[in-house]
Design a protein around this ligand. Structure first.
Ligand SMILES: Nc1ncnc2c1ncn2[C@@H]1O[C@H](COP(=O)(O)OP(=O)(O)O)[C@@H](O)[C@H]1O
Ligand SMILES: [Mg+2]
Length: 414
């Protein structure tokens, strides 16, 4: 019997429907249930061939449990190691290398110093930072949001430098990104499951939460939808997420990836609607069943993206020295195997970077699987801590009356 488990938090519709759907299919040797944990012993395999993770972004204990499960053979979806490693800023850089357009984005040091650091911890940081250069590059209006965020928390739309300084000063220890605004006429939220199953949902983020999923939108060009699907698959292939949503804002016909780091995306029937919900339940159930059937006990059963796979490929080259006597070992790098590995390693970066602004025909990676979005796990800032890293131009920042809650899009909903 191959067991499929689901680990979840406050959700009340998707997990239950997912379990029921799998069990209703009555597939020989397959069953699904909610994961139950009563103790976690190092290197102990779990009873699950597959675990779908919907909550470890909020519960670090679960993340450690899942890594332990993975090393012992459970196929954890999404890969808990990758999910621990990436964040939105890195993922934007990866999108560029992959040939998917993203808004211009810069990373900002946190306003307040992390706990247990002093001024000396930041001697490598130029003070003041090149704010003028940053603003010139990004332009206003701009969006400011956490590099490890989700659920619209701490997302700001800013109209000028004063608003930036005022709002940034309230972000405490969060690492923020400043991003070019994409003024869009279409917006899509796309589910991507198993790396290749894509559901494009028209979405209007400017509507109130319950009206964001557009059901009878205007007809869309096939070319645009094909491009959105292609970019969704490319991103997820590079990242290696099995379960993810990717958001695109379309400007002048070009879809820009806005938010594609959502490995536990909202799947609640009350927000995505009946039809989308049905798709997610059925597709996720089939994906989990397939993974359970392919499961190899005791082996690594995780999905890795092409970013990681290509990066480690060179180290897997055949030990050329083995064959050749020690003296001849030196030129081993010239053997066909080694050469091949080298070229391969370079492929992704070699073909992609030109894409920078414009989209891209350049198909850099070939990957097949992939990706998602996250919710903030960052500790809430300690407001008491006033030690500032990004002290900002005192003139603009402190003298101007703070712009009133600069049109923030702060909200809890995803
Ligand atoms: N660069 C941008 N241009 C235009 N709108 C944006 C941009 N970044 C964010 N938004 C708006 O803010 C919303 C929340 O931002 P998002 O990046 O999706 O963060 P979260 O991960 O918290 O959902 C998006 O759905 C979109 O409506
Ligand atoms: Mg979002």
């Amino acid at each position: 019997m191959k067991k499929i488990g689901i680990l979840f938090g406050q959700e009340n519709t998707f997990p239950q429907a997912f379990i029921n759907r799998i069990n209703k299919k009555k597939i020989n040797g397959i069953m699904a249930e909610a994961v139950m944990i009563d103790k976690v012993m190092q290197a102990d395999p779990t009873e699950y061939a597959v675990i779908i993770d919907r909550i470890s972004q909020d519960v670090p204990f679960y993340r450690a449990y899942l890594k332990n499960a993975a090393i012992s053979g459970t196929a954890v979806l999404n890969n808990p190691f990758w999910w621990s490693a990436d964040e939105k800023f890195f993922n934007n850089a990866l999108a560029i290398k992959t040939g998917v357009p993203v808004p211009k984005t810069v990373l900002l040091p946190s306003k307040d110093r992390p706990d247990d650091t002093t001024e000396n911890s930041f001697r490598n940081l130029k003070y003041p930072m090149d704010w003028d250069g940053i603003f010139e590059h990004i332009g206003f209006p701009a969006y400011m949001k956490p590099f490890a965020g989700g659920g619209w928390k701490n997302v700001y739309k800013l109209n000028n430098a004063d608003e930036f300084f005022k709002n940034h000063s309230e972000t405490g220890q969060l690492i923020m990104m400043l991003q070019e605004e994409i003024v869009f006429n279409e917006y899509f939220r796309c589910y991507c499951l198993g790396g290749n199953e894509v559901r494009i949902m028209q979405y209007e983020p400017r509507n109130p939460h319950h009206l964001r999923y557009v059901h009878d939108g205007p007809p869309l060009s096939k070319k645009l939808l094909d491009t959105v699907k292609d970019y969704t698959i490319k991103l997820n292939a590079a990242l290696g997420y099995d379960f993810n949503t990717v958001e695109f804002a379309v400007r002048d016909g070009i879809p820009y990836a806005i938010d594609f780091c959502n490995p536990a995306p909202d799947a609640d029937i009350n927000s995505v609607g009946q039809e989308n919900f049905e798709w997610v339940v059925e597709t996720a159930a089939n994906m989990a069943i397939k993974r359970a059937q392919e499961h190899k006990p005791g082996q690594m059963n995780l999905t890795w993206g092409t970013f990681v796979k290509n990066a480690v490929a060179p180290t897997t080259k055949k030990p050329a020295a083995k064959k050749a006597p020690a003296k001849k070992a030196a030129p081993a790098i010239k053997t066909p195997v080694a050469k091949k590995a080298q070229t391969k390693a370079k492929t992704p970066t070699a073909t992609a970077p030109e894409v920078k602004k414009a989209p891209a025909k350049a198909v850099a990676t070939k990957a097949k699987k992939a990706t998602p979005a996250k919710t903030t796990t960052g500790k809430k800032t300690t407001a008491a801590k006033k030690t500032s890293i990004t002290k900002v131009k005192a003139t603009t920042a402190t003298t101007k009356k703070p712009v009133k809650k600069a049109t923030t899009t702060k909200s809890k909903s995803k």
